[in-house]
Design a protein around this ligand. Structure first.
Ligand code: ATP
Ligand code: MG
Length: 178
């Protein structure tokens, strides 16, 4: 799929509504330490249905909501809007707008092209190996070092996840129990 635009509001350090346009070609995000570069990548993963707070560097999912500073009060919700086009289906790309919003105490809600959908539906949209919250195309900061430092068994698990075959072990265990 192609991501063309990302809108963030109350997401981590992006407290005021912010928009990022991604033009064709290579896009680089540069800035000083702590300016929010990794938060941007996390916003992409989050709107695609990431369900693990740990991979958002938080303890709970609500930790993605702007927590406030000495001069700004915390926000009650975070929202990320991803606009783009699907991968070609029968040679045709379709417009896609995915919205994920989380409110304190109310959990996450998703909308795709204006319609309320379940987390599962969003996961299905991004289910092909090239996109999605767990796509090997999204490499988090520190992940390369983690691969180098990992024990052989851990490294195998990472490679299996990247190859998209991690689910096979679960299904094999299932089959063995039956
Ligand atoms: P580096 O170059 O060090 O990798 P970076 O540009 O990747 O930095 P990020 O890790 O994206 O920076 O941003 C970290 C900043 O985001 C920190 O200042 C942190 O306080 C802020 N931040 C993270 N979560 C929240 C939150 N929920 N509310 C407010 N600020 C947050
Ligand atoms: Mg970073």
């Amino acid at each position: 799929m192609r991501i063309r635009r990302l809108k963030l509001s109350g997401f981590k350090s992006f407290v005021e509504p912010s928009e990022l346009r991604i033009e064709p070609g290579l896009t680089g995000v540069v800035g000083p330490n702590g300016c929010g570069k990794s938060n941007l990548l996390e916003a992409i993963r989050w709107v695609m249905g990431e369900s693990s707070p740990k991979s958002m560097r938080g303890g709970g999912m609500e930790d993605v909501i702007f927590a406030g500073t000495s001069s700004r009060p915390p926000r009650s919700f975070a929202e990320v809007v991803l606009t783009g086009e699907t991968a070609p289906i029968d040679g045709k790309r379709e417009e896609l707008e995915v919205v994920r919003r989380i409110e304190r105490g109310a959990g996450s809600a998703y909308r795709v092209n204006g319609r309320d959908v379940r987390a599962k539906d969003v996961a299905l949209i991004f289910a092909d190996a090239a996109t999605g919250a767990h796509s090997p195309a999204l490499v988090s900061q520190g992940k390369i070092a983690a691969v180098i430092a990992a024990k052989p068994t851990e490294r195998r698990a990472m490679l299996e996840e990247a190859a998209g075959i991690a689910g096979l072990h679960v299904r094999r265990k299932d089959a063995e129990q039956k």
